[in-house]
Design a protein around this ligand. Structure first.
Ligand SMILES: NC(=O)c1ccc[n+]([C@@H]2O[C@H](COP(=O)([O-])OP(=O)(O)OC[C@H]3O[C@@H](n4cnc5c(N)ncnc54)[C@H](OP(=O)(O)O)[C@@H]3O)[C@@H](O)[C@H]2O)c1
Length: 330
């Protein structure tokens, strides 16, 4: 079968298409899925270039990608059809999901084995044209849930600044912050993405046209915001500490896992890094938001599997709008 593998850490060109990979065998608790689309995330290139903590104990050659949509085509020895049906993932069902953090196998392959609990059914009404959006939903969505509900503990009336509002996670952070009761939500992005940010439910701040710190100060009457959700970190973390409310009750949540929070802690500011939690209950929550239209996650490009290196280059550029997806179908 076709599968993307890399045999050393490095640039996008280490990603190689193999056409003779053996089909995996599903272990206990796993199903076999014929993959339709794989969603891409910055984590993919950080694992590929060896800079992610998740690359440390990875054995090479390794697969790439963490999230997908596809169709269940088989199951491990302990999962009979009745059991699979009771979980809504019987053979023939379209599913979406992501590998749990401890599962380092890739998903950019024609067929994968994956824990049944890491998947949820795609609703019947979803058209084939709309399927790529579901490939990019699980990782960004579970990250947004963990950011808004576990780390930030957002509540009614909070004022929130989101960095990277039109990115994969940002597009879900905005509606989730609103749902959690945030009364004012601002989100940074280039002017070209301002309209998108507004559609998602935040007041856009075009960081390429205005001084965003000054814009936040003016918008909050000098008070600052209660919470910053920072999907960028490198250029945004330190300046964000200066736009948090001054009484020390503000909080910043950062997404990149290797972020150094010391500068915030030294100033007595609560700072946390998002820790993703996988699980069916959370996937079902994402399904509800997609069905209701509350989470209008956008797929900006779908590239063929053969062009996965190009997809990594685009992602590393840091200006992806919504999600990038690769088409794994033959
Ligand atoms: N901790 C966890 O469990 C976890 C989980 C998932 C992701 N992450 C991390 O979270 C980060 C974001 O992930 P993602 O999938 O959302 O990435 P992404 O989709 O690649 O984010 C791209 C977005 O960032 C915006 N951006 C770029 N430079 C910016 C700047 N200086 N100020 C404000 N916005 C800027 C871009 O908007 P413009 O084009 O308008 O600039 C673009 O929309 C990554 O580092 C990822 O590794 C962590």
């Amino acid at each position: 079968m076709r599968e993307i593998l890399f045999d050393r850490f490095g640039g996008p060109d280490v990603l190689t298409l193999h056409t003779d990979s053996p089909r995996p065998e599903p272990a206990e608790g796993e199903v076999l899925v014929e993959v339709a689309y794989a969603g891409l995330n910055p984590l993919d290139y950080k694992i590929r270039d060896g800079s992610s903590g998740m690359a440390a104990d990875l054995s090479l050659p390794a697969g790439t990608g963490r999230e997908l949509t596809g169709t269940v085509i088989g199951a491990g020895p302990d999962l009979d059809t009745a059991e699979l049906a009771s979980r809504g993932v019987a053979p023939g069902t379209r599913v979406f999901g992501m590998r749990r953090p401890t599962d380092r196998r890739g998903v950019a392959a024609e067929v994968i084995a994956i824990a049944a609990d890491d998947l949820a059914p795609v609703p019947d009404e979803v058209t084939e044209e709309d399927l790529p959006r579901w490939a990019g939903l699980a990782l960004a969505g579970l990250t947004a849930i963990a950011t808004v509900h576990d780390a930030a503990e957002l509540r009614e009336g909070s004022s929130v600044l989101i960095h990277g509002g039109s990115g994969g996670v940002g597009q879900l952070l905005i509606p989730m912050a609103r749902e959690a009761g945030a009364s004012h939500v601002w989100a940074t992005g280039r002017a070209a993405n301002a309209e998108r940010i507004r559609e998602l439910g935040a007041e856009p701040i075009a960081y390429d046209q205005v001084d965003w710190q000054q814009a936040v100060r003016e918008a909050t009457g000098g008070e600052g915001v209660d919470v910053v959700l920072d999907t960028r970190y490198f250029s945004t973390f330190l300046p964000s500490l200066d736009v948090l409310r001054a009484d020390g009750e503000g909080m910043i949540v950062v997404l990149p896992s290797l972020a150094d929070l010391t500068p915030a802690q030294e100033r007595g500011i609560t700072a946390r890094i998002t820790r993703i939690v996988t699980g069916r209950d959370r996937l079902d929550r994402l399904v509800q938001g997609m069905r209701s239209g509350a989470y209008p996650l956008e797929t900006s490009r779908v590239l063929p599997l053969e062009q996965i290196a190009e997809a990594h280059r685009l992602l590393e550029d840091g200006h992806t709008r919504g999600k990038l997806v690769v088409d794994v179908r033959p």
